[in-house]
Design a protein around this ligand. Sequence first.
Ligand code: BGC
Length: 381
Amino acid sequence: MKKKIISAVLSAAMVAAMLVGCGSTGSTPEGGAETPAEAPAAEGEATAETPAAGGAGGKVGVAMPTKDLQRWNQDGTNMEAQLKEAGYEVDLQYASNDIATQVSQIENMISSGAQVLVIASIDGDSLGTVLAQAKEANIPVIAYDRLIMNSDAVTYYATFDNWMVGTKQGEYIKEQLDLDNQAGPFNLEIFTGDPGDNNAKFFYGGAMEVLKPYIDEGKLVVKSGQVDFDNVATAGWATEAAQSRMDAIVSANYADGTKLDAVLCSNDSTALGVTNSLEANYTGDWPIITGQDCDKPNVKNMIAGKQSMSIFKDTRDLATQTVKMVDAIMKGSDAPINNEKDYDNGTGIIPSYLCEPVFADAKNYKVLLIDSGYYTEDDLK
Ligand code: BGC
């Protein structure tokens, strides 16, 4: 595992050097609405969208994991809008984080004539059988944001540089605590994501690449003793699960006034759980808390000083890149990619396009999120 992580570190660094961004931001109208105006009324309900006027492009099935988390609503809305604008018919489905629902939605897409599938999987390992059907029917598959594992039906992968997300979070903690100059020791706790999501291992790996040496030398102390991936994973990325784990950690280690200096949270839903728990149970100085996604509640928390940073992954850019992939496939040409070494799904390397994640905090959120039209001022009130 260590060897694998190290080779991923090296290649991720090389990719970072050649990254030139990810398409132009804001190419579609985007109001940042939490719930897309045209999205299906309910998750799991089959509702094929109507073709764009004059669209002769063909049909694209877009399978998203859930509406519970704001980012996936935005991903879905952006994909749908941009695909329609490019002349494609779109079948957009959300699966309530239920694997069986997602499998049956994909089966329906295949049987109803989708020519390309774009899939953000709930569990990267659970789509092998249904994707074998797609392959049988010669339907190319783009894994969206999350890599689909152990299936040779995956044609391309469009995502953000997930390793870089983790290193940015780790570097932030390192810089804020000034780990190279301060004696410490500092107390750290760690929360990452769902074990079935390949991204979670990349986020964790990138962050631990930065922080592990300080843990090893004793400058960072994880009082709970929960450091290994399996011990810090959060099933379903659930806020409630992170919250109750943090409750237990606080009562066992920080209830006596011991200071907690930093909490590495791989994303915003886990950061929200940690913040909720600390607000209810912790009385010491507020720790550094990391996050990812710039979800609205978390941006509000950043503004209020309750979350230190987040990572902005502009879903408009990921949608733009994915639409370029769809377009190339539909026209019978090769899709644009910028990485051919980091993402092996167990059947071989999947040609990928990695967009660049961006650091966000209370100082730059206005430029990143409001000036770019991602959110309105009202969204963050
Ligand atoms: C995504 C994150 C998201 C998490 C939970 C990951 O696969 O890359 O942006 O926070 O899933 O939905």
